[in-house]
Design a protein around this ligand. Structure first.
Ligand code: EPZ
Length: 432
């Protein structure tokens, strides 16, 4: 088991380059198998969730060739199975995008039913509603969800809630259905748009992605393509808040500033400075920041995937802040860990009431999920003394070279094997 050891108190400074968007890549990799021709995906983040998605694709017979760390060639022409087993779905929920992709292509797919996870129960009723509306028969038996159809026919669908996964999954299946599908109340997240753009680059006809009505005219088949994934909005936002928390001066390169507007607005509101360039953003903080209210909402609202990171910054800001989580029921598990570092946060239902303290102090903390783990790293970077963050394999699901990127910005942070006492001692000596 690996862990991060962080000596806090250093202002981050310098430049960091953001990788491709994990959540766009997960949908795009599934979409890539919908053609029998070769697809090249560039700017792929090298994180564990992506490796598992590639393994899931390989396991059904697709050819996967890694060209370099961030480029992969995929050929779905050799697929010999339409079944994604439990092992993959347990490790990453997003392997369920293969349900929409294979249903669209072969009119049959079976995928293990994903369970809940550390941030709450996560039903997929809207995905099923969409597949059924396209004419598929969907059955759940023995832990598997099976979708089959003689043919898929375009439909007019209204989602009951705003769902990124449901929008992408139904968009995939509808791309190869007969006639037009209209998805109303569609998710507008940048990664939904990126998957739509990728499908269009393969010859699909998807219009309106990024608005709440997406129109998909089904085509008979898709063709090969070369496509570069957009920058990761959440990785960028995490570095923005790490800069703010440590009262640093960081330029974050390879970003789309428009995707970061909700985060930028909050950072400015609490008193830090943000300078926007074409594809970079500079964040400067040089004083203790103020309090605010944050409510997570679907895009373009404040992203739930940035909620633990902003709450961590607010835990060190002056005054009382309120953070309301409106997407997930259980995304405050990290609060008890922050409390070990001296934070004063009370959770009532889906609201965290944060009384800012002057300083956090280093402690041993355990990451409950990906974004909460990133937030604990931010807390450790800002805290006085040494913080040990355990369970970092969760952080590595979505952040490539996290400790190296932080170190390049001046952080004292090492990744060590918890069982290896020698490397542990060495790391502690290194961080001072
Ligand atoms: C995506 O999850 C992201 N994952 C999540 O990122 C992100 O937190 C989430 O969108 C919200 O932005 C990927 O893109 C792979 P949803 P997804 O369907 O698609 C309810 C991260 O840290 N719902 O938009 O699973 C659901 O319970 C992760 O990178 C239904 O009720 O999220 C939730 O309350 C974690 N029925 C809300 O909608 C459904 O059929 C939003 O879920 C589907 C969803």
């Amino acid at each position: 088991m690996e862990q991060y050891i962080i000596k806090g108190g250093k202002a981050l400074a310098g430049e960091v380059t953001i990788g491709g968007a994990k959540n766009a890549a997960l949908g795009i990799l599934a979409a890539a198998v919908m053609t029998d021709e070769q697809v090249t995906i560039e700017n792929l983040p090298d994180v564990s969730d992506i490796c598992i998605q590639l393994q899931a694709i390989e396991a059904i017979g697709a050819k996967v060739e890694r060209i370099d760390r961030h480029t992969v060639k995929i050929n779905g022409g050799t697929i010999n199975s339409r079944s994604i087993d439990d092992d993959f779905v347990r490790r990453i929920r997003a392997s369920y995008y293969l349900l929409g992709a294979l249903l669209g292509k072969y009119k049959y797919a079976e995928v293990a039913l994903p369970g809940g996870c550390n941030i709450g129960s996560r039903p997929i009723d809207q995905h099923i509603k969409g597949f059924e509306a396209l004419g598929a028969e969907v059955k759940i038996q023995h832990g598997m969800i099976t979708a089959s159809a003689k043919k898929l026919v375009g439909t007019h669908l209204y989602f009951d809630c705003n769902t990124v996964g449901g929008t992408i999954n139904v968009m995939l299946a509808a791309a190869l259905a007969e006639g037009q599908t209209i998805i109303e109340n569609a998710a507008k997240e940048p990664h939904v748009v990126d998957v739509a753009n990728f499908l269009n680059s393969m010859g699909a006809n998807v219009k309106g992605a990024g608005t709440d009505v997406i129109r998909i005219k089904g085509v008979n088949k898709l063709h090969g393509s070369t496509y570069s994934i957009i920058p990761d909005q959440i990785e960028a936002g995490t570095f923005m808040l790490a800069a703010v928390a440590t009262k640093g001066d960081v330029t974050i390169k390879n970003v789309i500033p428009k995707h970061l507007e909700a985060i930028t607005a909050k950072i400015v509101e609490i008193g830090a400075e943000v300078e926007e360039f074409d594809d970079a953003i500079r964040v400067v903080a040089n004083k203790r920041l103020g309090h605010t209210q944050v409510k997570t909402l679907p895009y373009p609202g404040f992203p739930t995937d940035m909620q633990p990171q902003i709450a961590t910054v607010l835990a060190m800001s002056s005054g009382t802040s309120i953070v309301t989580e409106s997407i997930y029921e259980n995304r405050f598990k990290y609060v008890d860990e922050l409390a070990r570092m001296g934070a004063s946060i009370k959770v009532e239902g889906n609201t965290a009431i944060i009384d800012g303290v002057a300083e956090l102090t280093g402690a041993k903390v355990c990451s409950p999920d990906l974004r909460a783990g990133a937030a604990l790293v931010i807390a450790g970077l800002a805290a006085e003394g040494v913080t040990v963050v355990e369970n970092i394999e969760l952080v590595e699901r979505g952040y490539e070279n996290f400790e190296d990127k932080m170190k390049e910005l001046g952080a004292s942070m090492e990744k060590v094997d918890a069982e290896d006492e020698k490397s542990n001692r060495k790391a502690r000596l290194k961080i001072g």
